[in-house]
Design a protein around this ligand. Sequence first.
Ligand code: 5GP
Length: 219
Amino acid sequence: MTAHGHRVHGLERRGLMFVLSSPSGAGKTTLSRLLLERMPGLEMSVSVTTRPMRPGEVEGRDYLFVDQARFEAMVKRDELLEWAIVFDHRYGTPRAAVETALSHGRDVLFDIDWQGTQQLREKARADVVSVFILPPSAADLEKRLHSRAQDTDEVIRRRMSRASHEMSHWAEYDYIVINREVDDAFAEVQSILKAERLKRERRTGLTSFVRELQRQLEK
Ligand code: 5GP
């Protein structure tokens, strides 16, 4: 799960797994899109799911849409890094794409729930950075679920009642961001990623860099 090769200020470092979780409607999709647009060296992990495609979604960009049998086959062949059942449908992270990205020194962004986050943490604790996004209020969450107009009223009602349960896992995450204003929330999430990229343990190129500095100083 580690990688060498991505450079910060010309120095090698390990790639990291950047996880965003939240109840649906807290603005996680927008934050993910902004991160991908504005943070070079970060790529999205595209999940597989058995849920039906929503209007506006694109196969291969939002999800890989598969039927139950295909999903089960992927589980059997150990092709998923983690998987979980959310809202009666199966969701999972294809392992190969993540491993390829990390081995090329790129960071990977995950939009997965708390169950998947727990599994990633068990597999690669040192490489996982997790952020939980909270809505500022229940009314705000409901408004966002209605305004994206992708789900029926019945589905929205179920998502609202699930939100409280999902939120109960907030304390398992490394960072918490409250999404009052998307620009502010984005700046916070971006700061987290920037700081985590600078962590000493991930910066595998530092030892030789410092050694070279010392050599020059002692000349
Ligand atoms: P939606 O159906 O709204 O796209 O996603 C529903 C929930 O499933 C979201 O909380 C999302 O984070 C989660 N999810 C999406 N992909 C995955 C995945 O690959 N694994 C896990 N564990 N959860 C996922």
